[in-house]
Design a protein around this ligand. Structure first.
Ligand SMILES: [Fe+2]
Ligand SMILES: [Fe+2]
Length: 481
């Protein structure tokens, strides 16, 4: 991967310029949309941005801004998605996404003239047909010091090396994070390639899923906790991984073999692949859908099956994946879609994926709710009003998997501690692994290095689950750290 110098980088400097770089870049794009490049405001913004990059280039050979697995990295250092940065983060992520862009490298020698031309070409490349030629257009325009990197060119191995937790690479949580983000990045590659070829690469999917199965079979559940991280923009790919991780863990509770868990994981990872066939405007529409648009959404299970059929050589894995694609929205009480005759029965794998899918989707920040449900409210919904739609045995497996207070829940304990649930504790579903947020005397634990309960001590008891609006702590940052 170009632009990574993990050994010689100065994290402090990169951390300092990372967030302003995003802010300035987003502002520059906004200005360029409404103003001519000769405009003073635009020129001033270019100079400010160049100033920041210049500061970085004093100590680094190049500055690489890369979007990986829902986060921006500057030379391998993650730019924190603090609350104040979220709208910028979202805006830039979708700018990158629209252009299938993985990153931009700024090399020593970059100047204002190059920047102007780059921004013009960048803005012009906003439909998928043109975006593929962005790199070419930049070369043709003699821009030598700004190099776009296509998302499909990012190598997951190199990137995940950067993602590796430098503080505790040997810990279970460090390993889980690596496996998780590698899967998110790999899924993105599979989906982008499937868009070009019309079929998903299931063998690639299997390579991503295998370490998840291994981790669950070792009874390591940190990876389940990571599925609670939802406030990132590229949630679509993480959703696939979340559903896969939850399904594998539920499959283990239900006693599936290692082989069956691997197949389940792949089928779960690919459950929504048919959505590639739905226009992006419909998928991302925030308002309510027209009957026609709703019809398009309802076709994604069948579209997924059509893509699976294009896989060469029909294997049991392909068949399982087809079935999960087709059946993951058919409900246990047959109220879902596509509509089928009464005697059709949802396969076990599909029932598992249906529960994992619904749980992850209803607790997503981008779901169409006024405010997203917390993971605890999501669980209550599934076990309450929505339970008729699901196989009761599978619902039980979900509770065994995520616990009574799923990761992301903020809990008040009998002792007066406010804690954040980080990952489940299968030994006792009421006592998850936690991070202390507030001590009984009202003092806050530092966000970076608060006290951990692994798991919550046996003499503690949860007295109440707080609603998301009752806490000001950035729980997403703590879950991601
Ligand atoms: Fe779906
Ligand atoms: Fe889904």
């Amino acid at each position: 991967m170009p632009g990574s110098h993990p050994q010689d980088m100065d994290n402090a400097l990169l951390l300092e310029i990372g967030a302003p770089l995003l802010v300035r870049f987003a502002a520059l794009l906004r200005t360029a949309r409404t103003h001519d490049v000769t405009n003073q405001a635009f020129q001033r913004q270019v100079q400010e941005l160049l100033g920041l990059i210049g500061r970085g280039l004093e100590e680094e050979q190049e500055i690489a801004l890369v979007a990986v697995a829902d986060y921006f990295y500057i030379n391998g250092v993650r730019i924190k998605a603090q609350a104040a940065l979220l709208s910028v983060y979202h805006a830039l992520m979708s700018e990158f996404e629209q252009r299938s862009l993985g990153g931009i490298r700024f090399l020593d020698g970059v100047n204002a003239a190059e920047f102007e031309r780059f921004i013009q070409l960048f803005l012009a490349a906003d439909d998928s047909g043109v975006s593929e030629r962005l790199a070419e257009a930049i070369k043709e325009a003699n821009i030598e010091h700004i190099v776009p990197v296509a998302a499909v060119e990012l190598e997951e191995d190199d990137l995940t090396r950067q993602l590796e937790d430098k503080k505790d690479p040997a810990t279970e949580r460090g390993r889980a994070k690596r496996v998780f983000w590698r899967a998110v990045l790999g899924t993105k590659k599979i989906v982008l390639r499937a868009k070009q070829t019309g079929r998903p690469d299931l063998r690639h999917a299997k390579r991503l899923v295998q370490p998840v199965v291994d981790s669950i079979l070792r009874h390591e559940y940190s990876i389940v906790g990571l599925t609670a991280l939802k406030d990132h923009d590229e949630y679509t790919y993480a959703h696939c991984v979340n559903v896969s991780v939850l399904s594998i863990s539920m499959g283990q509770v239900l006693g599936l073999s290692r082989q069956a868990l691997a197949d389940l994981g792949v089928a779960a990872l690919m459950h929504d692949v048919g959505k590639i066939a739905i226009p992006a405007e419909v998928l991302q529409k925030p308002a309510s859908l027209s009957p026609d648009e709703w019809g398009m959404i309802r076709r994604h299970p069948l579209e997924g099956v059509k893509m699976m059929i294009r896989m060469p050589g029909l294997s049991p894995l392909t068949l399982d994946s087809m079935r999960v694609c087709l059946e993951h929205h058919m409900n246990f009480d047959r109220t879902g879609y596509p509509e089928v005759k009464r005697e059709w029965g949802q396969a076990t794998l599909s029932r598992i994926v249906a529960v994992a899918d619904c749980f992850d989707a209803i607790t997503a920040h981008r779901a169409y709710h006024k405010r997203p449900r917390s993971s605890f409210e999501g669980l209550q919904h599934l076990m309450g009003p929505a339970r008729v739609q699901f196989d009761p045995a599978v619902l039980w497996a979900l509770v065994k998997t995520i616990g009574l207070y799923p990761a992301g829940s903020v809990l008040l304990t009998e002792s007066g501690h406010v804690v954040l649930s980080i990952s489940p504790n299968p030994e006792d579903l009421r006592r998850p692994n936690c991070r202390v947020l507030v001590r009984p005397d009202g003092t806050m634990e530092p966000e970076e290095s608060g006290e951990s309960w692994n798991p919550m001590p046996a003499d503690q008891k949860v007295v109440r689950v707080l609603r998301p609006e009752e806490t000001t702590v950035n729980t997403g940052e703590i879950l991601a750290a």
